[in-house]
Ligand binder design. Structure first.
Ligand code: GUN
Length: 298
């Protein structure tokens, strides 16, 4: 395992995501050899938000790279909610499509809740529907939300046991912090504290963490004095910062002050190259699993 120059072991999400994508490509090659219909991912994007465009481009590129079929549907910012729901319904009924994601955020006149709930849970490869959210704590197998799924995979593949550990999560969003807290408590058998924007004296909580997981989107939020010596630190923050020295004119930063926290912690995820690539790899894994369920019923 590669150490950072600051001391902690670097949790290399880019490398693990590449391994997962190779595993998926191998399975797609097998399916192709058996003349099975290949996994098909549909992506809906509304409007032309720059960050969303980058995420969607990366998802299309990843789907292509593992040999999936894909469909990209782009709609103008002005599309009505009713029209968008109709398109989702069509994809729900299209047996050719295994997985569907609607890139967020959506324009203000469209309800994220109504759009998400329209997606058939078996095709909801983002794992955002209330049914899939509930299935985290149910015996029934559902589709796990891609980012928390990616975090759990990283912990597993780096042999970081969460049983009985104190996991402190900062950020209780519906797509990251909330499902992650349930997955760590249920699947990871951890003791979980969830902190958020209203938490008083944040540092007094983060200092208790054996494993600290942060997904707020506030660069510099977590400094070394907020971290226990030897803790595992997972940075799920992604903030785009203008940077003229970079070819694309921006760079992505996390929520953790990397150098100083990496000299105090035992394991740390970099940003970029940590949790980010895992989200896409797990989205592909969810799409493959949806296709496998379809194939097993054929
Ligand atoms: N916007 C930010 N993250 C995500 C994600 O994981 N899925 C979708 N669909 N939209 C997002």
């Amino acid at each position: 395992m590669e150490k950072t120059k600051y001391g902690a072991v670097k949790i290399d999400g880019k490398k693990v995501a590449t391994e997962i994508k190779e595993e998926i490509s191998n399975r797609v090659a097998e399916l192709s050899g058996e003349n099975k219909k290949l996994p098909h991912l549909a992506i809906i994007m509304v409007g032309d938000d720059g960050a969303s465009q980058t995420y969607v481009d990366n998802k299309v590129k990843a789907a292509k790279s593992v040999g999936f079929h894909y469909t990209l549907l782009r709609f103008a910012e002005t599309i009505s909610e009713e029209k968008l729901l109709k398109h989702i319904d069509q994809i729900n009924q299209d047996d050719d499509v295994d997985g569907l994601i609607v890139q967020l955020p959506l324009p203000d006149h469209i309800s994220v809740e109504r759009v998400t709930e329209m997606i058939k849970p078996e095709k909801d490869v983002d794992g955002f529907t209330n049914q899939n959210f509930g299935s985290i704590v149910s015996e029934e197998q559902g589709i796990l939300p891609a980012t928390p799924f990616g975090v759990m995979e990283l912990l597993k593949r780096y042999d970081i046991d969460t049983t009985g550990k104190h996991c402190v999560i900062v950020g209780n969003s519906r797509i990251v912090g909330a499902p992650l807290s349930m997955m760590l408590a249920k699947h990871g058998k951890a003791t979980v504290t969830v902190c958020h924007i209203h938490t008083k004296d944040l540092a007094s909580h983060t200092q208790q963490a054996d494993i600290l997981l942060v997904g707020v989107g506030k660069p510099g939020l977590i400094s070394a004095d907020m971290v226990k010596e030897g803790a595992v630190v997972i940075d799920i923050g992604t903030t785009k910062i203008d940077d003229d020295t970079r070819p694309r004119g921006f760079r992505i930063v996390g929520d953790v002050v990397y150098a100083e926290v990496a000299s105090k912690s035992s394991f740390i995820t970099p940003v970029p190259g940590g949790v980010g690539p895992m989200t896409i790899a797990c989205l592909l894994l969810n799409t493959l699993q949806a296709a496998e369920r379809r194939i097993s019923q054929e």
